[in-house]
Design a protein around this ligand. Structure first.
Ligand code: DX5
Ligand code: ZN
Length: 227
């Protein structure tokens, strides 16, 4: 299974956003993680579809858009048209499994991938029976809202459970983990079965973002080979 480092631009310098993205693209990263926060679903604000649209013509990266917003169905079209390749919605933002499936269908109607995310306190079992409707599950390893927090180790078990569930329901499922991932922690989610690793401050907070991303990739691949 492919291994990807998905640098999160939440930690990048907005003044030079284009150059920051180019640094990780030049370093070989294929995924770009774009965090959208509404000040309601999470206690922080980031940016909207305009930022996605402005970056789109300047990058060939796979735009991995993480919607940390209430009522995501209202905004999916905006992000799809702005250039998202994958849109992830939170399971906690839907009231029922049917609502979550309708969001997946809405995302797929734009010909792009659909992801579903669960917060640290949400069990893997809420996704039982619906994993085949998504291309990706995003496991939050911090409470969503802010970069620079510490990796919550208790999610390792949840990643393991999800990978087992996926073997039955959707063997190609990507499992992405988001929050607190750096050199010291990246082995844990990979060992548990994750294959896409989001890294915000450990990449864009480093002196050389490209070098930091390459080092994380090498560590992740090394760990994946042991699985
Ligand atoms: C947190 C965001 C993350 C964040 C990760 O709510 O979803 O993507 O950017 O940042 P780090 O890697 O610094 O924990
Ligand atoms: Zn994120």
């Amino acid at each position: 299974m492919k291994i990807e480092i998905a640098p999160s631009i939440l930690a990048a310098d907005v003044y030079s956003l284009g150059q920051e993205v180019a640094k990780v693209e030049d370093a070989g990263c294929r995924y770009l993680h774009i965090d959208i926060m509404d000040g309601h679903f999470v206690p922080n604000l980031s940016y909207g579809p305009h930022v996605v649209k402005c970056l789109r013509p300047h990058s060939n990266m796979f735009f991995d858009v993480h919607l940390m917003i209430s009522d995501p169905g209202k905004y999916i079209e905006d992000y799809a048209r702005a250039g998202a390749d994958l849109i992830t919605v939170h399971a906690e933002a839907a009231e029922t499994a049917e609502e979550l499936l309708a969001l997946a269908e809405q995302i797929h109607s734009f010909g792009i991938q659909a992801g579903v995310s669960i917060k640290p306190g949400t069990p893997a079992e809420v996704l039982t029976g619906i994993l085949d409707k998504f291309e990706l599950v995003l496991v939050m390893s911090v409470e969503p809202g802010f970069g620079g927090q510490s990796y919550i180790e208790s999610v390792n078990e949840k990643i393991r459970i999800l990978r087992e569930m996926a073997e039955e329901e959707n063997p190609d499922l990507d499992i992405e983990v988001d929050g607190g991932i750096g050199k010291a922690t990246i082995a844990m989610p990979v060992c548990a079965g994750a294959n896409i690793l989001v890294a915000g401050s450990s990449v864009f907070g480093a002196e050389d973002a490209g070098q930091a991303a390459r080092e994380l990739y090498a560590l992740a691949v090394q760990e994946a080979e042991k699985r």
